[in-house]
Design a binder for this molecule. Structure first.
Ligand code: NAD
Length: 497
């Protein structure tokens, strides 16, 4: 059995870890590796190694840092297919989708390649007679990233290229369910010329996470995962005096107005609900059918959902792969059971799907539940599977009210041909990322990604300008260089001229 080790100080190591967790191949249902689970002593080694590396990396010129980033960009690009295959084998998603994930991560690296521009400071000449003021930003130190299973390359890349470009040392604790991609990323950083210890991977579970949250030398924590854990991370890291951004779960609604193009809206709804088996924080899990066309919308969506080709992520014909574990599959089908019991109509039933040749794989077929109401568990909870719940509303204002009553506020979308309705929607919804005829409105790398309400704890969104601000702190210098022949007298009041 292959053992996936940590990456500390520029190479792989077991450190003092003895506990392991299984890593499955979701398409076959077989265990393919085991991953080490770090103890606090391993985390301490990782953080102290990173702290040592920070001393010189933070003093490294912007020119040298930029060269490393450009080299890393080339290497990730060259290894994109390999990364995508690793993702497909451990996460389950189809390779073409995994390639898209790598591409979106790469765009953050490209953003970070502009670090000399992004770290340009401010300068105010002659704010008072003979006095200048200027500001610049410095890195924080060792910063940690704790990431979920659903984007094993992209979500860590929301963090580490930006943190490292800013001059920090980064310790990644990836998901223990698909840990291998991070190891290739670590090798690529090393090949790009990043000094040892600036990028570290420590695998583990709650024990490792808690050790990071409590470690006095960790200055900041970036977390992406489910809402209960995001809330916990935020509280504990905050209590320990750390800077923290914690992105949580989601329940993303897509509103379909009667004036929308039915073919376009239904195509995009099904792709956004079933892509990556619904295991995306920006997946559409609730469709809000507005007006009298709801039955027709459900019919068309159901037909398209039935046509989705489900199979192993490595097979080119597959449009949707398995879900990540047997436990995830059982949880998802349990939700479909509960929806049915609570009165929803199962328009398309993905329970019990068997993929020939992959009978033990963790497959759930596309599922559409109709006549869902806000009190049902399938509506209230994040299912994180290929399940689309259809709720109904009489007009756009009712749809906006429904979305605003939901505790999550990650993403949402509207399908319409009315600019007025779209504008009312974008101004009215309490959600961080909004799509207008775009079902999954993930911001580009040079904007920042983040939700509202229970989808984000802390103030800061990730990557883009907010990422730069998160991983740095400001210094403002007030300076004067008096002429030797004309010294300035000290005074006992605030200078005002
Ligand atoms: P998760 O919360 O179970 O795990 C995320 C990370 O936290 C992992 O590294 C895991 O090891 C660690 N962890 C798990 N339990 C912990 C505990 N009790 N104490 C400390 N650490 C713990 O999330 P997941 O199942 O890996 O990922 C899916 C979730 O992530 C979904 O809720 C999804 O919406 C969310 N997500 C959100 C975004 C976003 O941008 N808001 C992006 C991707 C995923």
């Amino acid at each position: 059995m292959r053992t996936i080790e940590h990456w500390i100080g520029g190479g792989t190591t077991r450190a003092d870890s003895t506990r392991t967790a299984p890593v499955w191949n979701p398409a076959t249902g077989q265990q393919q590796a085991e991953v080490l689970l770090a103890e606090p002593v391993d985390v301490d080694l990782a953080v102290s190694t990173a702290a040592k590396a920070f001393e010189s990396w933070s003093q490294t010129s912007l020119t040298k840092r930029t060269k490393v980033l450009f080299a890393f960009r080339e290497l990730v690009s060259r290894h994109a297919q390999e990364l995508a295959e690793i993702i497909a084998d451990e996460h389950g998603k189809v390779v073409s989708d995994a390639l898209g994930e790598v591409q979106r991560g790469l765009e953050v690296v490209e953003f970070a390649c502009g670090i000399p521009h992004l770290l340009k400071g401010d300068y105010s000449d002659q704010v008072s007679t003979g006095v200048d003021v200027y500001g610049f930003r410095e890195p924080l130190g060792v910063v940690a990233g704790i990431t979920p299973f659903n984007f094993p390359v992209m979500v860590p890349m929301w963090m580490h290229p930006v943190a490292i470009a800013c001059g920090n040392a980064f310790v990644l604790k990836p998901s223990e369910r698909d840990p291998s991609a991070s190891m290739l990323v670590a090798r690529l950083w090393a090949e790009a010329g990043l000094p040892e210890g600036v990028f570290t991977v420590v695998h583990g579970d709650k024990t490792a996470v808690d050790a990071l949250l409590d470690h006095p030398e960790v200055a900041a924590v970036s977390f992406v995962g489910s809402t209960p854990i995001a809330r916990y991370i935020h509280q504990r890291a905050n209590a320990n005096g750390k800077r923290v951004q914690a992105l949580g779960g989601a329940k993303n609604h897509a509103v379909v107005l009667p004036d929308a193009d039915l073919g376009f809206a239904s195509d995009h709804l099904v792709a956004a609900a079933m892509g990556s088996a619904g295991e995306r924080c920006m997946a559409i899990s609730a469709a809000v059918a507005v007006g009298t066309g709801a039955d027709q919308l459900v019919d068309v969506v159901a037909a398209k959902a039935r046509a989705v080709r489900v199979g192993p992520g490595r097979e080119e014909a597959s449009e949707m792969g398995p879900v990540v574990t047997a436990a995830a599959r059982d949880r998802i089908t349990g939700y479909v059971d509960s929806g049915e019991q609570q009165g929803a109509t199962v328009a398309v039933d993905g329970r019990g799907l068997v993929v020939p040749g992959h009978e033990d794989g963790f497959f759930v077929g596309p599922t559409v539940l109709d006549h869902v109401t806000p009190s049902m568990d399938v509506y209230r909870d994040e299912i994180f599977g290929p399940v689309l719940s259809v709720v109904r509303a009489s007009d756009v204002d009712e749809a906006i009210a429904l979305i605003n009553a939901n505790p999550y506020g990650n993403g949402t979308a509207i399908f319409t041909s009315s600019g007025e309705a779209a504008r009312r929607f974008q101004r009215g919804v309490q959600v961080g990322m909004i799509g207008i005829n775009v079902p999954i409105p993930v911001p580009m790398a040079y904007y920042s990604f983040g939700g509202w309400k229970d989808s984000l704890f802390g103030q800061s969104h990730v990557h883009g300008p907010e990422g730069i601000a998160f991983y740095t702190r400001a210094k403002v210098v007030t300076a004067r260089w008096p002429h030797v022949d004309h010294p300035i007298a000290a005074s006992y009041h605030f200078p005002t001229t």
